[in-house]
Design a binder for this molecule. Structure first.
Ligand code: HEC
Length: 369
C-alpha cells in the first residue's frame, strides 16, 4: 500500500518536473494544473523542483494563479510581486487575496511603505475591498490628515465604510467635528449606504443627507405611471453617487457587477414592475440574489450573494463585486436574510421628477432583436 503511494507520488513528481521544465514565458495551463496536484510539497528539500515551480510562477505574475501558487507552496520571498499583484488588481477579486496573503505572511511593512508612494490610490482601494478590520488602522491616517491629496482621502473614506470598525471611526470623526469640509458630502453619501442598521441610523443623525431632493411628496403609483420622463437625465441619475444604482448594477459594462445586470431590464420588466423594484425592493427577490450574512471565527464578517459552494468552502460576492473564498472551518455562522440586499428608500435620494426620468431610462434598456 505504502509502496504504491510512493510509486504514484514519484510518477506525479516526474510528470510535474517534465511539464515544468517545458514552462514557457506565457502561462502554461497544464503546468499550473500539475502544480496544483503537488501543492504543499516542501520545495526547500528539492531545489530542482523549486526552480521549476519558480519558472511557472514567473509566467503567472499578476494573475490569480500567481497568488494561489505563492500560497500553496508557502513562498515567502515573493512579497514585491504580491504587492504588485494587489495594486494591479485593486478592483477585482485577486487584489484582496494578494493583500490577505501579504498580511498573513507578516509582510506588512512592504504595504505601509508603498502607501506613502505613487501607488497609494489602488492600495487603499484594495485594503477596503478585503473588508477586514485588521486594515482599518492603515486607512484612518489618510482621512484625518488634511495635508494628504483629496483623492486619496476620499478613497480611504470609502474603504473604511466597508467594515463596521471603519464606519464607526468615521462617525466618531464627524461627531467630534474632525471631518474636514471637503469630505462631508462623500461621507454623507457613503455612510447613508452602509448596511449595519445601528450605524446607519447613527450616521443619519450626525450627517443627515440634504433634504432638498425629497421635499416633494411622491405622487401615487397610478399617477407616476402616466408620466413620461427624460431618459438622458435618467441615465445620469442612475450613476449619481448619492443614488448609488451603479454601485450594485451594471448597464452595458458600466457600474459594479453585483446585483442583476440591467442592460435589458426594459424587456424583462414593465414600467409598473420597475417602479416596484425601487419602491419595494423586498417584494420579489430575484433567484440567486438572496443575501447571506456570514460571521467568521476571526471576528470579521461578510455579507453578500453566495456564488459557489463546495464541501469545504463557499465563495461570497460582496457589494463591491469582489468574490472571496472562505473555508467552512473559518465560518462561525451563516444566515440567509429575508430582505433584499437592494436598500429600501432609494427614491428619497431623488425628486419625484428624477424618479420618473430614471424609470423612463430603464424602460429604454431593451434586448437587441
Ligand atoms: C446595495 C446594492 C443595490 C443598490 C444600491 C441598488 N440595487 Fe437594484 N438590486 C440589487 C440586488 C441584489 C437585486 C436582486 C435582488 C432583488 O431582486 O431584490 C436588485 C434588483 C433590482 C431590479 C430587478 C432586477 C431584475 O432582474 O428583476 C431592478 C430593476 C433594480 N434593482 C434597479 C435598481 C435601481 C434603479 C437602483 C438605484 C435607484 C438600484 N437598483 C440600487 C442591489 C442593489
Amino acid at each position: 500500500m505504502q509502496k504504491l503511494f510512493f510509486h504514484s507520488l514519484f510518477l506525479c513528481f516526474l510528470s510535474v518536473t517534465l511539464l515544468l521544465t517545458k514552462a514557457q514565458d506565457a502561462p502554461n495551463n497544464s503546468a499550473i494544473e500539475a502544480l496544483s496536484r503537488i501543492k504543499g510539497l516542501d520545495l526547500e528539500a528539492n531545489p530542482a523542483l523549486k526552480r521549476a515551480v519558480l519558472k511557472v510562477l514567473a509566467t503567472t505574475r499578476g494573475t490569480p494563479q500567481f497568488v494561489e501558487i505563492v500560497r500553496d507552496f508557502n513562498l515567502t520571498d515573493q512579497g514585491n510581486d504580491l504587492l504588485d499583484c494587489a495594486i494591479k488588481n485593486s478592483t477585482n477579486s485577486t487584489g484582496p487575496e494578494a493583500m490577505r496573503l501579504l498580511a498573513s505572511q507578516g509582510q506588512t511593512n512592504l504595504v505601509t511603505t508603498a502607501l506613502q508612494g505613487t501607488n497609494a490610490g489602488p492600495l487603499i482601494t484594495v485594503l477596503g475591498n478585503t473588508a477586514e478590520r485588521q486594515f482599518v488602522p492603515w486607512l484612518t491616517p489618510f482621512v484625518a490628515d488634511s495635508t494628504r491629496e483629496l483623492s486619496l482621502r476620499k478613497a480611504a473614506l470609502i474603504a473604511l465604510t466597508r467594515t463596521p470598525d471603519g464606519t464607526q471611526y468615521l462617525i466618531e470623526l464627524a461627531r467630534n467635528d474632525r471631518l474636514s469640509a471637503d469630505l462631508r458630502f462623500i461621507a454623507m453619501a457613503e455612510l447613508n449606504n452602509v448596511r449595519w442598521p445601528a450605524l446607519k441610523t447613527l450616521a443619519a443623525k450626525i450627517l443627515p443627507l440634504p433634504q432638498s431632493n425629497n421635499s416633494q411628496p411622491l405622487p401615487p403609483l397610478s399617477e407616476l405611471l402616466q408620466k413620461t420622463g427624460d431618459p438622458t437625465r435618467g441615465a445620469q441619475i442612475f450613476h449619481r453617487p448619492e443614488v448609488g444604482c451603479g454601485n450594485c448594477h451594471q448597464i452595458h459594462d458600466k457600474g459594479t457587477d453585483f446585483g442583476p445586470k440591467l442592460s435589458e431590464i426594459g424587456t424583462k420588466l414593465g414600467k409598473d414592475a420597475l417602479y416596484q423594484s425601487i419602491l419595494d425592493p423586498g417584494a420579489g427577490i430575484s433567484f440567486g440574489y438572496e443575501a447571506w450574512q456570514i460571521e467568521l471565527n476571526s471576528g470579521d464578517e461578510s455579507f453578500g450573494i453566495i456564488v459557489s459552494e463546495t464541501a469545504d468552502s463557499i465563495a461570497i460576492k460582496t457589494q463591491a463585486g469582489i468574490v472571496t473564498h472562505y473555508k467552512k472551518t473559518d465560518i462561525r455562522t451563516r444566515q440567509k436574510m429575508t430582505a433584499s440586499i437592494m436598500p429600501t428608500g432609494l427614491q428619497l435620494t431623488m425628486s419625484p421628477g428624477e424618479l420618473v426620468d430614471l424609470i423612463e431610462y430603464l424602460t429604454t434598456l431593451k434586448k437587441k432583436s
